[in-house]
Design a binder for this molecule. Sequence first.
Ligand code: SUO
Length: 444
Amino acid sequence: MKHFEANFDGLVGPTHNYAGLSFGNVASLNNAALTSNPKAAAKQGLQKAKSLADLGMVQGVLAPQERPDVYTLRRIGFSGSDAEVLQKAAQQAPALLNACCSASSMWTANAATVSPSADTRDGKVHFTPANLVDKLHRSIEPITTGNILQATFNNDRHFKHHQHLPEHTSFGDEGAANHTRLCNEYGHAGVELFVYGQEATNPSAVKPKKYPARQTLEASQAVARLHQLDDESCVFMQQNPDVIDQGVFHNDVISVGNQNVLFYHEQAFLNTEAKFDEIRRKMNTEMHFVKVATSQVSIDDAVRSYLFNTQIITLPSGEMAIIAPTDCQENPAVFAYLNELVTLGTPIKQVRYFDVKQSMQNGGGPACLRLRVAMNEQEVAAVNQNTLMNDGLFTRLNTWVDKHYRDQLTVKDLADPQLIIESRTALDELTQIMKLGSVYQFQK
Ligand SMILES: NCCC[C@H](NC(=O)CCC(=O)O)C(=O)O
């Protein structure tokens, strides 16, 4: 049977804005209060997704969330009509209004952790939405994320959906951004590498000093248990706390894997050699660890360019390609490195650049924008086919964006009562285009 690794990209929502909400994420803080362009953001994302589909990849789309989230604003005491709730929140608690308006669900690498059927004891594909408890604006995502995942992977025979982990910092879970599946072929059992930032229940364990470690070991272990993974197919590795303190808020800002390749910065992890030995032992195939030294690319350049927030994909020809943001072309050290990389004799043979600047300015590169789901052909056939990218969906979604999205938005506009009406009208139409049913609270 054929097997694939599908990428499900997050559609950027109509409220895409820069509010500086993510402490520890350098781009989010530096670009706070910039004017955003939701229309351009959505189109940049669609273009990347369509280009991967055109390369012969299985490519899907995940719907965005309903924002402003007036339900959370009501839950914390703002009352009246939707317009009144927004207006009162803007006057009394603007930071809370901003948190309830973020389009952050676009970064679907943080939507969930996914384990393919070849790795799980029951032979199903398992999904656990990330609780994202470290950031208020992201902690309001998991329930709707679960609804969207269930509407997209809507077949009990092949897909198993779990509830997100308990909403406590001990179980801080950021999903696939801290999870990499290594394997020989996508359809063969692989090794799932969970990278965590801190151990919540061990006060003497090392952790970052300045910025939060968003993922805990306890959360990663819980996901591995839920997904019915064997110990022999899991490796838990700690991220280097020093790089978290330099802006590496997720592991996918400092390393990325595909099949038997792990592309990483030499400062990415703790205990690197011992853990790589464990990976070698648990994998039944040769591994390529492609190391980038600090002398080649500094942590600062890696964080600015998002060299490691690239996607490594296996093209239908069997060759691997790197999908990089154009920011990597603009950084001389990183561009020189990538030009050299494709000549080094590793499985990575080409680099393709995409402009995803609207997302990059909030700290989300090509890899943040996608959730990987390795599937065999039966499982791909069981996916909601209206979520899969092709010429028709690309045209429909571009037309839909043109019709409903603004081309500029500032934090000041978030209380505009018209924005919530526009956003709901757009999402209602989207659920019809993608045949998702009623996934949003305003539809229930
Ligand atoms: N995987 C990339 C995630 C980026 C995301 N940025 C944000 O939420 C920024 C939102 C703002 O500041 O408006 C985050 O930090 O979780």
